[in-house]
Design a protein around this ligand. Structure first.
Ligand code: MG
Length: 300
């Protein structure tokens, strides 16, 4: 039986009591960075410590799409339908072209190596935004111990020119990213940089101006228990965040609307499937999914 924590009628209308929480595949080491490709009818997802990207489809199950993957983490899809992603080990952002070749989009800022790009989103103006905390180079487990050269930063990349600019840099560790449906707000999950500092559990809210500059950045919502790693937005502008006890649904005003409770920690999530109303969950060693009564925002 499904477990929900329903705080009111708004969330009750968004979940389906008769839709099961399904395990689609099991036996991974730690899943991250899911993205749905509707025309391929499949999900791409990172099995991070196993250094591989998986492809899952309803008919074909899970198979290895790329190994080694440079310890891939977050993924998104650009406006031309190409897979873009983050590599911890290679400390870069990559694009998989439609013919399968891989292009490195960014690896340095002002001559210094990026840390370990973590999560990534595209805006409809073509810009690519990614977080660059040092998590992936803190340990051999997630990409290999290496020295950071830059502070934790949120970057904006113009893929046409290769120009990389700092979007915001007042973070312990920027993590998951998601735009509001009108792209005027960017939500950024902030997590602690090291285990020995107070964990950061906030989703922050930035205004995006006409030129793509950010302002604001207030703490919009605190996730408990756990922290917000991956976040996604639905077509109504609600934020769906990973947490230690499942998925939390947060209204645009910051109010917690309800939770989908899961048996293990959720790290990342993505809407996909038929009509974008299936929520795919990176549930630690398992890939899980549940149908919802709300559709994901058009851009993943
Ligand atoms: Mg992350």
């Amino acid at each position: 039986m499904n477990g929900f924590d329903i705080c009111g009628d708004r969330f009750r209308a968004m979940v389906l009591p008769n839709a099961p929480l399904e395990t689609l595949a099991d036996g991974f080491r730690w899943l991250e960075g899911p993205v749905w490709f509707a025309d391929h009818n499949c999900l791409y997802v990172s099995d991070l410590p196993n250094d591989r990207i998986l492809r899952w489809s309803e008919g074909g199950g899970a198979s290895v799409f790329r190994h080694p993957s440079g310890f891939a983490n977050g993924h998104a899809r650009d406006m031309q339908g190409r897979l873009i992603g983050c590599s911890h080990h290679n400390r870069c952002v990559l694009r998989t072209e439609l013919d399968g070749t891989v292009t490195k989009l960014a690896s340095h800022y002002r001559g210094k190596r990026l840390n370990s790009p973590n999560d990534i989103v595209c805006r409809s103006d073509g810009s690519i935004w990614f977080s660059d905390p040092p998590y992936g180079i803190n340990t051999d487990y997630e990409g290999g111990k290496q020295m950071p050269e830059l502070p934790p930063t949120l970057y904006r990349l113009d893929p046409a020119t290769g120009e990389l600019t700092i979007a915001a840099d007042d973070f312990e560790g920027p993590n998951g990213l998601a735009f509001s449906p009108d792209e005027r707000i960017l939500y950024v999950a902030e997590t602690g940089r090291q285990f020995d500092v107070e964990p950061r559990q906030y989703i922050r809210r930035f205004q995006v101006d006409e030129d793509g500059r950010l302002s604001g950045g207030t703490r919009f919502h605190k996730i408990e228990p756990g922290f917000a790693d991956g976040i996604r937005v639905d077509e109504k502008g609600n934020i769906w965040s990973s947490a230690a006890d499942g998925v939390h649904c947060i209204a645009p005003d910051g109010k917690l609307l309800g939770k989908i409770l899961t048996p293990s920690v959720i790290s990342n999530l993505a809407f996909g499937g038929r009509n974008r109303c299936r929520l795919f969950l990176c549930a630690s060693q398992r890939l899980m999914a549940i149908f919802t009564n709300v559709r994901g925002c058009v851009r993943p």
